[in-house]
Ligand binder design. Sequence first.
Ligand SMILES: O=C(CO)[C@@H](O)[C@H](O)[C@H](O)[C@H](O)COP(=O)(O)O
Ligand SMILES: [Zn+2]
Length: 198
Amino acid sequence: MTLHTRIRQHFLASIETKQKALTQLETPLVAAAQRVLSTFNAGNKILSCGNGGSAGDAQHFSSEMLNRFEKERQGLAAIALTTDTSTLTSIANDYSYERIFSRQVEALGRPGDVLLAISTSGNSANVNKAIEVAQQRGMSVIALSGKSGGTMQALLTTNDIELRVPSDSTARIQETHLLLIHCICDLVDHLLLGSAND
Ligand SMILES: O=C(CO)[C@@H](O)[C@H](O)[C@H](O)[C@H](O)COP(=O)(O)O
Ligand SMILES: [Zn+2]
């Protein structure tokens, strides 16, 4: 296979995954954006976490909330649990890697807050532990996942929102997760500022 062919395959597979995701995730995506906005309106906050590329997505989301997306608006309360290396290394060193996010949720999570939990497989133990602790603390969960939903999907309740990308490829799922995040950012801006600013 030529390099050009490989590139074409990547693009076409990404387009196909996003088209399938549009069909399946349009309605839960509206629910996710409404949950995000109602969380901020109630004076609560969003904590986000994930591993590897999903850690980047967790930070991408929080920066667009804390600062801004495409429109001028107030900063919104969001914290990525993936950024403080002193905290992450001490929790992993003193307890376990599995607790790096959940220990922060124990300290920061309040009833009415939301955990944005990101895992392409749904099988990251540290993300799933954070979900369990969040639920115990009266928080709800917006889960970005893929593949079979992994062990994460069994943890979610009717109070939670699952956005599971219909693909088995980690890369394609991550690419679609970023699109879902940008949709949420746009819907939040639209709901907050109204159509006059479109
Ligand atoms: O970005 C990538 C692959 O594209 C990797 O860094 C990937 O995020 C890591 O392998 C993660 O540990 C995978 O975790 P998860 O998505 O299954 O929860
Ligand atoms: Zn962005």
